[in-house]
Write a protein that binds this ligand. Structure first.
Ligand SMILES: NC(=O)c1ccc[n+]([C@@H]2O[C@H](COP(=O)([O-])OP(=O)(O)OC[C@H]3O[C@@H](n4cnc5c(N)ncnc54)[C@H](OP(=O)(O)O)[C@@H]3O)[C@@H](O)[C@H]2O)c1
Length: 295
């Protein structure tokens, strides 16, 4: 099911979230978008719909459909809290994907679901390809993986999973913003240096999601900015590119900040499939960070 031109409304879930809000802004010219989120948010065109209520999803389709495609960014994203609320996390990250995929199948439309590097165990030593066997080590990772499984089972020919990682962007809470806020309060920061991944700007990812919807075949895509680094490297680059002076950053191990949910140690994604689809990779993480910071 390939969709080279979009005619009709596209449903974007999570429209008030960090990524979904950028997906709305990146909609191709002339494409009509219907945004939804758990609650209506100020400044964002999003209808309030609890996607974990199947009746609410039916009403959404009846009142705002027919849709020509779906980009599903909504999720239960509280990685640590998910360890205490596995049922709720499974309902939102797992079951909802199955429900949306069934609705997409019935309508005969493509569905892009945003996935995560947390489906892997982080024990690899080279970038994860799309066909590497998932082995999540946290409740969040497991529920996101179940969402993939349920969507493919319901709508194999229309489902595209786009796994990404280490997101930041103009809206929402994220690591670079936290570092900049901390740097205003302290002159010394300790940051984990033994986890590796690719910081990915929503400004880079959002247009890629539209391309996967319009031009991609069904299947799994990895989508992250080029290059990889540690959180320590990302914190150092954020302060450097923002011109912050007088703050030292000390590298430390993951053990220094124990968290309820384990984090994958090595989380680098091989994004060759997306690169082949778009003819170019996403920008290097440092360049994308510089752009985001307004340089
Ligand atoms: N952030 C990252 O680093 C990262 C990395 C890899 C993958 N991802 C994936 O990327 C996607 C977007 O992440 P994000 O960081 O932009 O997340 P986000 O800012 O938390 O946005 C997700 C949105 O989904 C909404 N939502 C939660 N439960 C819902 C429900 N039952 N019905 C409808 N909407 C609901 C949330 O509303 P509330 O805020 O009101 O709960 C929130 O506005 C997610 O699929 C996430 O798993 C993120």
């Amino acid at each position: 099911m390939t969709n080279s031109a979009i005619e009709g409304n596209i449903l974007v879930t999570g429209a008030a979230g960090m990524l979904g809000s950028q997906v709305l802004l990146a909609a191709p010219d002339g494409v009509a978008v219907i945004g939804t989120d758990l609650v209506e948010a100020p400044g964002v065109k999003a209808h309030g719909v609890d996607l974990s209520d199947p009746q609410a999803v039916k009403t959404l389709f009846a009142e705002h459909g027919p849709f020509a495609g779906i980009i599903h960014t909504a999720a239960y994203t509280a990685v640590d809290k998910a360890e205490e609320e596995p049922e709720l996390a499974m309902k939102v990250n797992g079951t909802v994907c199955g429900v949306l995929a069934e609705a997409a199948k019935e309508a005969g439309i493509p569905l892009v679901i945003v996935g995560t590097d947390f489906v892997f165990n982080g024990k690899a030593s080279e970038p994860y390809t799309e066909d590497f066997e998932p082995d999540p080590i946290s409740v969040y990772g497991e529920t996101k993986y179940q969402g993939e499984v349920l969507a493919f089972a319901a709508h194999p020919e229309g489902t595209r999973i786009v796994r990404t990682q280490w997101l930041y962007g103009p809206r929402g809470k994220h690591f670079p913003a936290t570092m900049l806020a901390l740097a205003k309060e302290r002159d010394h920061l300790k940051v984990v240096s033994d986890q590796r991944g690719s910081p990915t700007s929503t400004l880079e990812l959002a247009p890629a999601l539209w391309d996967v919807l319009q031009k991609g075949e069904a299947g799994v895509y990895h989508a992250a900015c080029e290059g990889d680094c540690s959180w320590f490297d990302l914190a150092s680059a954020t302060l450097e590119l923002s011109g912050v002076e007088g703050v030292t950053i000390e590298p430390c191990s993951t053990d220094a900040f124990p968290r309820p949910a384990p984090r994958p140690e090595y989380s680098v994604l091989s994004c060759k499939r997306l690169e082949a689809l778009r003819g170019a990779p996403l920008a290097h993480w440092r360049d994308a960070l510089s752009t985001y910071l307004g340089n």
